[in-house]
Design a protein around this ligand. Structure first.
Ligand code: URA
Ligand code: SF4
Length: 214
């Protein structure tokens, strides 16, 4: 893939301007089969940016991030953690839905490293514009996208980490004093055998996030 860079508009940016430009992105092949680009959404002055994997089936149809079952769980957890929804912006590492057709059903497929790399300029632009205090990494794909291939959510979740010291490409995130915190992806909570415990862990991690921002 050629990557999203050539679709990123010149500055000055706004979320609306970036979203509109991302609507035309053909930086990798995922645009071809998906319904539309699903850009991030939230407060323009958000202190906390939550980064998921990629839009799911419902998000692909509605054009908005985290509006399906995983999104419902995530918004509830954000609320239960005492994070103000007005302080939060939610986005994904990859902005088109990757799926495999089985009959009429569209089955979610994980994005590959090439999709994550291709889509990265949008995430960089969102971070540059929002200048968040804290980035919450939801699950393994976002973790690998932001912290590198050795990221393991089970080992690194729940702890505030400095940024960009541990990031894979610190040079392209022009963000001053930013922290990161990894936690479970809400879809992993939905799939967990012990959903209650997984949910409580997600909420506890988000409480750490809430306590870390002014
Ligand atoms: N899962 C994600 O990672 N992102 C969404 O937007 C929806 C489900
Ligand atoms: Fe562009 Fe990202 Fe969509 Fe690929 S997934 S076409 S890089 S917006």
């Amino acid at each position: 893939p050629v990557g999203a860079q050539e679709w990123v508009p010149p500055q000055p940016w706004s979320i609306e301007k970036l979203k509109s430009a991302a609507g035309d992105c053909q930086g990798c092949e995922l645009y071809a089969d998906a319904t539309q680009t699903v850009f991030g959404r939230g407060a323009p002055n958000a202190k906390v940016v939550l980064v998921g994997e990629q839009p799911g089936d419902v998000e692909d149809q509605k054009g908005l991030p985290f509006v399906g079952p995983a999104g419902r769980l995530l918004r509830e957890a954000v609320d239960d953690a005492g994070l103000d929804a007005g302080d939060v912006y939610i986005t994904n590492a990859v902005k088109h839905f990757r799926f495999e057709l089985r009959g009429k059903r569209r089955i979610h497929q994980n994005p590959g490293p090439a999709h994550i790399t291709a889509c990265r300029p949008w995430l960089v632009a969102e971070f540059s514009l929002l200048q968040p205090e804290l980035v919450v990494i939801l699950g393994a794909t976002a973790g690998k996208a932001l912290l590198g291939p050795s990221f393991r959510v089970t080992q690194q979740r729940g702890k505030l980490m400095p940024w960009p010291a541990s990031a894979q490409h610190p040079e392209d995130f022009p963000v001053a004093e930013i922290q990161a915190l990894a936690t479970f992806h809400p879809s992993a909570v939905l799939r967990a055998d012990d959903r209650e415990t997984a949910y409580r862990t997600l909420v506890d991690d988000l409480k750490v996030a809430a306590g870390a921002v002014s």
